[in-house]
Design a protein around this ligand. Sequence first.
Ligand SMILES: NC(=O)c1ccc[n+]([C@@H]2O[C@H](COP(=O)([O-])OP(=O)(O)OC[C@H]3O[C@@H](n4cnc5c(N)ncnc54)[C@H](O)[C@@H]3O)[C@@H](O)[C@H]2O)c1
Ligand SMILES: [Zn+2]
Length: 379
Amino acid sequence: MKAKISVPARRVTVSLGERSYPIEIGVGTLREAGPAIAERTGARQAVVVTEPGIGRRYAGALLQGLRKAGLRTARIDVPSGEKHKSLREAGRIYEALVGAGADRSTAIVALGGGKIGDLAGFVAATWMRGVPFVQVPTTLLGMVDSGVGGKVAVNLPQGKNLAGAFHQPRLVWIDATTLESLPMRERAAGMAEIVKAGAILDADFFACLEREALRALALDMDALLPVLERACAIKADVVAKDERETGLRMLLNLGHTLGHAIEALQGYRGMLHGEAVAIGMAWAAQRSEELGLAPCGTAARLRELLARCVLPTALPPFPRSAYLAALRVDKKRKNGRIRYVVLRGIGKAETVPLTPAEILPAAALGAPGRAKKRKAAGD
Ligand SMILES: NC(=O)c1ccc[n+]([C@@H]2O[C@H](COP(=O)([O-])OP(=O)(O)OC[C@H]3O[C@@H](n4cnc5c(N)ncnc54)[C@H](O)[C@@H]3O)[C@@H](O)[C@H]2O)c1
Ligand SMILES: [Zn+2]
C-alpha cells in the first residue's frame, strides 16, 4: 500500500540571496506546516489571517501543527470579498494583533487566496516595520501567482492595490488538497495565469498544459503537482531576476492591460481576474500576429487552450471609446504609450510601447469574436 504523503512532495526556491525562500508543494500537508514555519521565521507566535469559510475548513489543521511546533497562536478572520482588502481591515488586524500580544517576533501567516495574501502581507510589511510573513495559499491563483513574489497591497477607493509594498514571505506552503473546496470557476481563473506563464516564457510547459491542464483542473495530483511546480518555478525565476518589476517581471502582465480595463469597465463585479486576463491574452496574441510579431497560429493555439479550460476569449461588448478611456488610466503608461506585452510566439514575449488606439484599433475590434465564430463553424 502506498504510504500517505506526509512530507512536502516538491520544492521550488525563490533565489533572492539572504531573503531566499522555499515554496513547498505537497498533498495533505497542512498539518505539517508548523515546524517549517517555526524554523523559517524563528517566531514564537504565529497569527493566522484567514476568511471565515476558509478558516472553518483549514485553519484547525494549520493551528494545531503550529502549536505542536511550540508556537503561540491566534487566528484573525477577515470577511470574504475583495472590498475587504482595505485599509480599514488592515486597521482591524493591527488592533487584533495588539489584542493578541503580538510583537516583533510574531509571524503573520496568510491562509487564503490572493486577497488574504495581499492584505495579511501588507500588515506583515508594516506591523512593527515588518515581521516575518508566510503564505499558505488556498486558491490556484494564490499558489502560482500572488503567493509568490512579495507584492503585497490593499485597495483604496480610488483604485486597486494603490497602497502596498514588497515584502517577501519566508515560506510559501502549498497543500494542493485545499483546492478541493475551490469552485471550478475559480480554479480555471487560476489556470489562466498558469497558461500565461507558459505562453510568455516556456513553450514546453505550454505544450504540457495542452495535454494536462484539464486533468490538473480536475485535481488529478499526478498532473497537478508538476503543473504547480513548473508554474511556481517560472514565477520564482522571474522574481529572482527582477524582484521590483523593472524589466522581465513586466512580461507577467501579458493579458493584464486589457484585462484590467475589462475589470474596471465591469466595476470589478463582472468576471474573475483570471477570466479578464484570458480575454486580454487572447487579444494580445491576436494583435501580436497582426503586427507581424508572432507567427500565424500563435493566437489560435492560445485561444484553444484557454477555451479548453472553459475560459472566455471574446471581448465583452463595451464601446471602443470606453475601452480606450479605461486603457488611458493604465499605471504602466509613459508619454501616452503603454508597455504592452506581446508574444513573439508561444513561449516568447516582449513589451512594445503602444498607444491605447494601437492596442485596440477600430479595424481589429471583434477579431477574437470572429475567430470564435470561425471555430464554431468548423466544429
Ligand atoms: N500580489 C500579487 O502579486 C498578486 C498577483 C495576482 C493577484 N493578486 C491579488 O489576488 C487577489 C485575487 O486572488 P484570488 O483569485 O486567489 O481571489 P480570492 O482570494 O478573493 O479568492 C477567490 C474566492 O475563493 C474563495 N476561496 C479561497 N480559497 C478557497 C478554498 N480553498 N476553498 C473554497 N473557497 C476558497 C475566497 O473566499 C474567494 O471567494 C486580488 O486581490 C488580486 O489583486 C495579487
Ligand atoms: Zn493576474
